[in-house]
Design a binder for this molecule. Structure first.
Ligand code: AMP
Ligand code: ZN
Length: 471
């Protein structure tokens, strides 16, 4: 089956048909670095990571560009409130972002262009629009995109052209659909911008947010490219305006396939900075959850469905991952110490089929739930087989390899080193319990087991001795 995805532009599931066979150009709107990203933002990046990993696992080469919005209304306001130069202010959040994506096991993009490093390209793009008569400079000296001059405006969201208010302008980066108007490409400097400005043919100023992504995507992926992703809140005005600017300037289609993920919600409201109902990654790590547990929750729901976030969901993720860890531990033990011998043809066939079914689920518009279904069926069947003593070393090895293939996309299977570090006090309790067992002081051993459980750990007695697992 070919890879197929829901295209927000055509409102249909379509096969992915790369411009250059075997290669995919992918642009994902990155963070606005004015604050720590919240896990709603990371839901979006997690969806994009699953998409990229699915493309790679399908044998495609991916060129991935993610921008960093380091100049816009929000970053300027933030730097002023912090009394810091813009560059210094945004650097803190850029660094935090890179650390967070590592914690969440996301593959890095090939390029992370910063808006402030791409100003000449933006000016160039605006000039093209200006010369074509689609952009104009208003009395306030800012340059606007005239939506009346571009009849193709409104491809992603339904626009009521009758209600269009010709000549009305909006300078803010973010606005609602009913405030649709000529939007700013270049914002003339005013006092509120402080020392943030660049020279341009229209005087001092700074770019609007939307032109940033048009310039950065084309610079690194070409005027037409395959895939553009973001959260659904980016469809209007951000992506709508990107399409208008790019297609009007370049005279060719901008993006073949647009993909948008639904929101991460908290108690039925979008998780967002402005509502104050958000968790950063740091908040959740401080509560004792790990990057892969958080990742598991973020990837577990189909990306076009909103995901209701709760600590309960993190607890469930922890339980599921422990089941997987225990299964992998068991497989590793059989692979190392089980009966020597080949996997049977039936077992080999079963492993190959599981890998294939998993990948097919993901290739079908990223159906992660079906993929996880394949994984848990695999786990149940594997445990049954091992209970019955049917796995030889090679069979266990084959099962581990199949899991490894699934994990190329999921990236949740192996625990991180710090996850399995047992706190010294728990280690001491376990040693005391072991000593009590040796001395046949069973009541004391039970007490110590309870104390270990109280501390959030479990003891599993294995042939190699007691093993500590997170509860
Ligand atoms: P921003 O830093 O606000 O530009 O957002 C970065 C990305 O996160 C954008 O693609 C947004 O659409 C996405 N995003 C913001 N809030 C949420 C949310 N609650 N759920 C999912 N995605 C979100
Ligand atoms: Zn963007």
């Amino acid at each position: 089956m070919p890879l197929q995805f829901y295209n927000s532009l055509s409102h249909r599931v379509e096969p992915l048909d790369p411009l250059v066979p075997g290669k995919v150009g992918m642009y994902t709107c990155g963070p606005t670095v004015y604050n720590f990203a919240h896990i709603g933002n990371f839901r979006c990046y997690a969806f994009e990571d699953i998409l990229k990993r699915t493309l790679l696992a399908s044998g495609l080469k991916v060129r991935h560009v993610m921008n960093l919005t380091d100049v816009d209304d929000k970053t300027i306001r933030g730097s002023q409130a912090a009394h810091l130069p813009l560059r210094q202010f945004t650097q803190t959040y850029k660094d935090a972002f890179f650390q967070d994506i590592r914690t969440l096991r996301m593959l890095p993009a090939d390029v992370y262009p910063a808006a402030t490093d791409t100003i000449p390209e933006m000016i160039q793009l605006i000039q093209t629009l200006f010369h074509k008569g689609i952009a104009y400079q208003a009395e306030d000296k800012s340059v606007y995109f005239s939506i009346a001059k571009w009849p193709a405006y409104g491809q992603l969201v339904k626009i009521d052209r009758e209600a269009m208010r010709v000549g009305v302008r909006i300078k803010m980066d973010e606005y609602a659909k009913d405030a649709m108007a000529d939007f700013a490409l270049w914002k003339a400097w005013d006092e509120a911008d402080g020392d943030v400005w660049w020279d341009s043919p229209w005087g001092r100023g700074r770019p609007g947010w939307h032109i940033e992504c048009s310039a950065m995507s084309s610079k690194y992926l070409g005027k037409t490219f395959d895939l553009h992703c973001g959260g659904i809140d980016n469809m209007f005005p951000h992506h709508e305006d990107e399409i208008a600017q790019s297609e009007a300037a370049n005279g060719c289609p901008f993006v073949k396939l647009w993909m948008h993920c639904a929101h991460l919600m908290v108690e039925n409201q979008k998780m967002s900075k402005s509502l104050g109902n958000f968790y950063t990654l740091k908040d959740l790590l401080a509560k004792g959850y790990t990057g892969r547990e958080i990742r598991y929750v973020l990837i577990g729901t189909y990306y076009r469905q909103s995901l209701n976030f709760s600590l309960q969901a993190l607890e469930e993720a922890r339980g599921n991952l422990q089941r997987i860890d225990a299964f992998m531990g068991r497989l590793k033990e059989v692979a190392a110490q089980g009966a020597p011998g080949e996997a049977t043809p039936g077992q080999k066939e079963y492993f190959a089929q599981a890998r294939e079914r998993f990948l097919k689920a993901l290739q079908d518009d990223l159906n992660v739930s079906a993929g996880l279904g394949v994984l848990f069926d695999f786990l149940r069947e594997g445990n049954r087989e091992m209970d019955a003593g049917n796995y030889s070393r090679q069979a266990a090895q084959g099962a581990l390899e199949a899991l490894g293939v699934m994990d190329q996309v999921l990236a949740v299977l192996e625990p991180d080193a710090q996850e399995v570090q047992v706190p010294p006090e728990v280690q001491a309790l376990a040693e005391e319990r072991q000593a009590a067992r040796k001395a046949k002081e069973w009541a004391r051993a039970d007490e110590l087991r309870a104390a270990i459980e109280q501390a959030g750990w479990m003891v599993k007695d294995t042939p190699k001795g007691p093993q500590l697992l997170r509860k």
